[in-house]
Design a protein around this ligand. Structure first.
Ligand code: ATP
Length: 265
């Protein structure tokens, strides 16, 4: 049972949309403790919509992109995982586990820099076990000229010196700016045609709540692979082709739903 603190009723586990409602409430609770912003709620809703038409499961294309992402992160010299409020509120423990296992720092990078938010996110990540968190001290940040939003402030020990940046649930502007700086971009985005998805080097079209645990599993499989094997995984992955196949999956899913509907007539 998940308690819905908004109107005091509980979501029974056998509710057909239990998982979706559970994460919706996590986002709402995240907003109450400053981790998530109002705009974050809207972004979550956009994600849910795409998840619905992807059948709310990890597709083969998402699996292949996740495998390529782990190969890229294992080959990287200075990888970094950029985190925002939604990612933190949705999957803090697994995010901390991933960061600790792969020894990749988490850098807090926010579009809405409301007072107290960085501290709230830091606290949630730390209490979930994250050991290496960057982006905490605003006075130590440097600015990247390619961006005008609050997100231009980056940690010199993190995003600034990184070769690969994982930017889950990201807005298109920053992805483009980071690409201009020569960074390799991995994203997790349920919308396969967002600007971020189209501009990234590796686009995982899946729900972050499934991607992070899957990354941990794949890491355990690939961690002892030699460099050549990891490079082979990467070179056999084509991001644009993979996004194209994901769009086909959405088309197929909608066609099947249409057939089901018409059969009921
Ligand atoms: P862009 O600027 O890249 O075209 P956008 O304006 O939609 O995209 P945002 O709303 O800032 O950018 O980004 C949020 C993105 O994250 C959306 O594409 C949304 O579909 C996706 N998203 C939201 N929740 C999740 C989730 N749980 N897992 C994966 N992706 C998600």
């Amino acid at each position: 049972m998940v308690e819905n603190k908004n109107n005091n009723h509980k979501i029974p586990k056998d509710h057909p949309r239990y998982q979706s409602l559970k994460y919706r409430h996590q986002i709402i609770e995240g907003m109450k403790c400053l981790v998530v912003t109002e705009a974050g709620l809207i972004a979550h809703g956009r994600g849910e919509c795409f998840d619905y038409i992807l059948g709310e499961k990890t597709s083969e294309t998402a699996y292949n992109a996740t495998r390529a992402a782990i190969a890229a992160l294992l080959l990287a010299e200075n990888p970094i995982i950029s985190v925002n409020g939604n990612v933190t509120a949705l999957i803090p423990k697994k995010l901390a586990e991933l960061s600790n296992l792969l020894k990749i720092p988490l850098e807090i990078n926010l579009f809405y820099g409301k007072k107290g938010r960085i501290e709230a996110i830091t606290e949630m990540l730390e209490s979930s076990g994250a050991l290496d968190i960057l982006g905490k001290e605003q006075s130590k940040m440097v600015e990247i000229n390619e961006l005008s939003s609050n997100r231009r402030k980056v940690d010199p020990k993190g995003i600034q010196k990184s070769d690969i940046v994982m930017v889950p649930l990201e807005d298109g502007d920053r992805t483009e700016a980071l690409k201009k700086l020569g960074k390799t971009i991995i994203t997790v985005d349920l919308n396969p045609i967002s600007r971020t998805s189209l501009n990234a080097d590796i686009t995982i079209v899946d729900n972050i709540i499934r991607t992070i645990p899957l990354m941990i599993e794949i890491y355990k499989e690939l961690k002892n692979f030699d460099k050549k094997d990891l490079e082979d995984i990467l070179s056999s992955f084509n991001n644009k082709e993979n996004i194209g196949k994901t769009l086909d999956l959405i088309i197929d899913y909608i066609k099947k739903e249409k057939i089901k509907l018409l059969n009921e007539l």
